[in-house]
Design a protein around this ligand. Structure first.
Ligand code: NDP
Ligand code: 13P
Length: 340
């Protein structure tokens, strides 16, 4: 009888915990790494992660740990569920232990200075590793509470995609495969910015027409940007593009949406972020995205508007006025313009 290898999940926040539980539900032994030994001990004893997923029972197959080298030594398949601001700093010191591993990033952010996506950072610090990205409309609490959910594993490494499908695909979680790692990962990072805007619009009591316009123009804008970077626009019609955009822009469970809602209620950015107490990646993404869009001269009026409100002292009224009085444009312009 072959002994099953455990699977590692790096990051004991809401998404890492939800993914670890799904794997355990499918009969996998899981090492869930978190930096705080006391948190690991408390989860081991109480089978709950009250800070990030209160009320969800952590299955016996999940072994919480704070020993990163031992976790990586024991596991071939490694899911990374750290905030984008922490990924490089947490994994660079153990880069040698990543050699030859299957590394799957679930992190939806962009590195500030380099504009690198998280799988590109993994590739840089572990050039001999096999790399994939898991992304889609996957609110952690809904995943943990067994809402019927679908996700995408994206990699050019077909064996890695199959392995992730075998281990993660279950009763309530469907895993689709894609070869477009860049497009899938970019979709997950970009949509967070528009979720902040949608939360703001909801707090201000804007109508359903407005919410729909916002989501659709967000899709146009993020696709236009992605095409400019060489991504395939068709990926943005899938789960990791429009799918994730819809869920994050419509759900009060999204932390990015919550930050936007708090801003719409009149809180400062600092207080809005502090009130959530979990990572809202869109706050950092908006800065790097605005700088990159300016550099590439990609037309992104929504990003420009949100940036002006958050960091340039403009009022929402001024930004809405500018957006609505802009020169009329063509509806679906981003696919034909790319030559795809
Ligand atoms: N939550 C969701 O619905 C989904 C999230 N994602 C993505 O997953 C990523 C992680 O998000 P999520 O789990 O929600 O985040 P949370 O805010 O829920 O948790 C963050 C986790 O990261 C840990 N952490 C923070 N800084 C460091 C560090 N320097 N070194 C080691 N660990 C650190 C925290 O530890 P500590 O408690 O000690 O601070 C905590 O365990 C994000 O990029 C997010 O976009 C993707 C899909 C869905
Ligand atoms: O990525 C997510 C859902 O797919 C989670 O969104 P938030 O980070 O805004 O909670």
């Amino acid at each position: 009888m072959t002994v099953q290898q455990p699977i590692a999940v790096i990051g004991g926040g809401s998404f890492g915990t939800a993914i670890a539980n799904l794997l355990a539900e499918n009969g996998q032994a899981v090492h869930l790494w978190m930096r705080d030994p006391e948190q690991a001990e408390a989860i081991r004893s109480n089978r709950e992660n009250p800070r990030y997923l209160k009320g969800v029972r952590i299955l016996d197959g999940v072994q919480p740990t704070s020993d990163l080298p031992a976790t990586l030594a024991a596991c071939e398949l490694v899911f990374v569920a750290l905030p984008s601001s922490a990924l490089r700093q947490a994994l660079q010191p153990v880069c040698e232990a990543l050699t030859g591993k299957m590394l799957v990033s679930t992190t939806k952010g962009i590195e500030a200075q380099s504009f690198k996506l998280m799988s590109q950072i993994l590739e840089e610090i572990a050039p001999d590793a096999r790399i994939g990205v898991l992304s889609g409309p996957n609110l952690a609490r809904e995943v943990a509470e067994h809402a019927l959910t679908a996700s995408v594993i994206a990699s050019e490494d077909e064996a890695l995609c199959r392995k992730v499908q075998e281990t993660l695909h279950g009763r309530t979680f469907r895993v689709y495969a894609s070869r477009d790692r860049f497009g899938v990962e970019l979709g997950g990072a970009l949509k967070n910015v528009y979720a902040i805007m949608s939360g703001m619009a909801a707090a201000l009591g804007m109508g359903e027409n407005t919410k729909s316009m916002l989501i659709t123009r967000a899709l146009a804008e993020m696709t236009r940007f992605a095409v400019n970077l060489g991504a395939n626009p068709m990926t943005f019609l899938g789960l990791a593009g429009v799918g994730d955009l819809i869920v994050t822009c419509s759900s009060p469970k999204s932390r990015n949406y919550q930050v936007g809602h708090a801003l719409g209620e009149g809180l400062s950015l600092e207080n809005a972020v502090g009130r959530i107490g979990e990572v809202a990646e869109g706050v950092n993404t908006i800065k790097v995205l605005k700088a990159k869009a300016d550099e590439l001269q990609v037309y992104m009026p929504l990003v420009t508007g949100l940036h002006a409100i958050l960091f340039e002292g403009r009022t929402l009224e001024q930004v809405i006025e500018a957006l609505m009085s802009g020169e009329p444009k063509t509806d679906v312009d981003f696919i034909s313009a790319s030559g795809f």
